[in-house]
Design a protein around this ligand. Structure first.
Ligand SMILES: Nc1ncnc2c1ncn2[C@@H]1O[C@H](COP(=O)(O)OP(=O)(O)OP(=O)(O)O)[C@@H](O)[C@H]1O
Length: 584
């Protein structure tokens, strides 16, 4: 129960509702006691009339009517209380489920990129959905059923002992056996359903991946192979499900068997005691009802304990993530305006997971409003520079300054608000184009959206679609071409009107004329913005105030376009190569 202590904060939060719920649960259970007593009395009156102990028929009739009304009344009240009980305790469990999901989701968002690299999306999703669902079962049903069971036992058992002590001992004897059986069965069900869940998760991941990559599958004509892999997984899933169903199927027969055994004992022992004149006939009827009434709560004891175990295991998994401290911390709450001066000072950076040193002792600076271009071979560390400016990873103190303040001391929210980042791999959401662009500025007007799209040279493409800006994109933006996706992604950054614009090789999929058009627009837009353009093309870099060339994480050249084309080295070679390609 150590892990589940985490949930106590929610019990405190919803204590009012919970207390009402518990009180009503107790009252509802107490009301259940009355119906068997009334039925027992009714049977006694009828029997006494038949045996001639009572001769007044009118009295019998009035007793019957009175008892029927009492049964109706108490049943109705019990029903109302049961309704209120569900409306309080189960509703609280839903609130807690919602709060916990919200808390986990918000925490996920704070965690850094390395967390996402180390954990699979499926795992993150199952902790926020299934595990939270299991914890809800502890908050709601487990507490509700436990309270009902305890109250029923506290009320019914003493009454039964008072009425017929020996008979009570006999009839409750099979109940603990029932509880243990249900507990063991629940554990087996839990074990097997975990395996079923794992298979289901494999099957879902496989299906999701194969449909995401359907174009590759079709292009290679490997549908039959994928099909047979699916069938193998699916058969495995079916077998595990059948395995589970076998134990599940035992549950109700076992209940019926044990209820039957208790009933038999009531009839046999009760019958003998009645013959010996130790109890009246009504008591046998009452006991039959009580035994049936107690059987379900007893079975529930086993069920609830396995439910609590599962909730404990689930909360442990949730806590594992909740206790992870986000690597990137916002250390400043003071509002800081970003002007856009960026300075790298002898900065080295190693990715912890791969141990690759992506940047080695690099130093450069960009003044606010300037444009810097970064060129270099693939894997030379260009994207890493941009990610560090957005503080997606932390660096050695003092090695990266924004407006002369170490990046770690800056207000993280203000910093990220001031950055418009276009990643190498344009990611669009399956929503309308308009909303995808507005992602950069939620309150942007339609005119602003169109202006941003025009500047990103994608407006003409968008208006050609039958639904224009309202065209809904497929998953990951698959209804757009690579170049269109890149340009929508650029429009999203431009509309934000940030102080710092970071473009990570985001013109690679557009033709040279469109590239030229976008670059000219960018020159206008980025007049008082710090702009960093990462590119493999000289054409994207040539207008920058400064160009740096990276090789294996080190700066091997820096200067303006004119300076660098006159210097022997990487940039001049690249320029000559791309110039001759153009001539061809
Ligand atoms: N998220 C990451 N985790 C671990 N290692 C990484 C990560 N991203 C990049 N690397 C490694 O760091 C090095 C620099 O990568 P980076 O993406 O900065 O290069 P790049 O110059 O942008 O390359 P490209 O032109 O191909 O985009 C590479 O060796 C790469 O394998």
């Amino acid at each position: 129960m150590k892990e589940l202590q985490y949930i106590n904060r929610y019990f405190v939060k919803y204590r009012g509702r919970l207390l009402v719920g518990l009180l009503v649960t107790i009252i509802a259970a107490v009301f259940k006691l009355f119906v068997p007593i009334i039925i027992g009395d009714t049977v006694n009156v009828v029997r006494e009339y038949i045996t001639g102990e009572i001769t007044d028929l009118e009295f019998v009739k009035s007793e019957l009517v009175k008892n029927i009304l009492l049964i109706l009344g108490t049943t109705l009240l019990a029903a109302i209380f049961t309704f209120i009980m569900r409306q309080t305790i189960i509703v609280v469990s839903r609130y807690v489920e919602y709060d916990l999901k919200d808390e986990v989701y918000q925490h996920y968002q704070k965690l850094s990129l390395s967390f996402y690299k180390n954990n699979r999306t499926g795992d993150l999703m199952s902790r926020i959905s299934e595990d939270v669902g299991k914890v809800r079962m502890y908050v709601g049903p487990a507490i509700m059923y436990s309270t009902t069971t305890i109250t029923l036992f506290l009320v019914v058992l003493p009454y039964m002992f008072f009425k017929a002590p020996m008979l009570t001992l006999y009839v409750v004897a099979p109940l603990p056996i029932l509880s243990v059986c249900v507990y063991r069965l629940s554990l087996a069900i839990h074990k097997r359903s975990t395996v079923v869940q794992q298979y289901l998760s494999k099957l879902t991941t496989f299906t999701q991946e194969s449909f995401s990559g359907i174009s590759v599958i079709k292009a290679y004509g490997i549908e039959p192979r994928i099909n047979s892999e699916f069938v193998t997984l699916s058969e495995g899933s079916r077998d595990k499900n059948l395995h589970l169903v076998k134990v599940q199927a035992l549950f109700f027969p076992l209940m019926v068997l044990l209820i039957g055994a208790s009933n038999l004992l009531v009839v046999y022992i009760g019958g003998k005691q009645y013959i010996d004149g130790l109890i009246d006939f009504g008591t046998i009827v009452q006991f039959l009802i009580y035994v049936n009434m107690l059987t379900w709560p007893v079975a529930i004891v086993g069920w609830v304990s396995s439910m609590v175990q599962q909730a404990e295991a689930s909360q442990k998994r949730i806590n594992e993530f909740l206790q992870q401290v986000p690597e990137i911390q916002n250390t400043s709450s003071e509002v800081q305006t970003v002007h856009g001066t960026i300075e790298f000072k002898n900065l080295s950076f190693t990715y912890q997971d791969t141990n690759i040193t992506a940047l080695k002792n690099i130093s450069f600076s960009v003044k606010a409003g300037e444009t810097l271009a970064i060129v270099g071979n693939t894997g030379s560390g260009k994207s890493t520079v941009l990610e560090l400016i957005g503080r997606l990873y932390d660096v050695a103190p003092g090695s990266l300054l924004i407006d002369s303040i170490p990046i770690a001391n800056r207000n993280l929210d203000n910093l990220r608000d001031a950055i418009g980042y276009v990643p190498q791999d344009a990611f669009l959401f399956s929503d309308s184009i308009k909303k995808n662009i507005r992602f950069g500025k939620e309150e942007a007007t339609d005119e602003e959206v169109v202006k941003a799209a025009k500047n990103a040279a994608v407006h003409k493409n968008i208006i050609d679609f039958s639904n224009g800006y309202d065209t809904v994109l497929g998953e990951r933006g698959i209804s757009l071409s690579g170049g269109q996706k890149q340009r929508v992604s650029i429009a999203r950054a431009i509309i934000k009107d940030p102080k710092i614009l970071l473009f990570d090789d985001c013109l690679s999929a557009v033709d040279t004329e469109t590239e030229e058009e976008i670059l000219q627009n960018l020159q206008k837009i980025s007049q008082n913005k710090t702009t960093i353009i990462v590119s493999h093309r000289v054409s994207s870099a040539k207008n920058a105030d400064k160009i740096i060339v990276l090789e294996e994480g080190q700066i091997i050249q820096q200067g303006t376009h004119n300076e660098l084309i006159n210097l022997e080295g990487y940039y001049k070679e690249l320029y000559n190569k791309q110039l001759s390609e153009k001539e061809i």
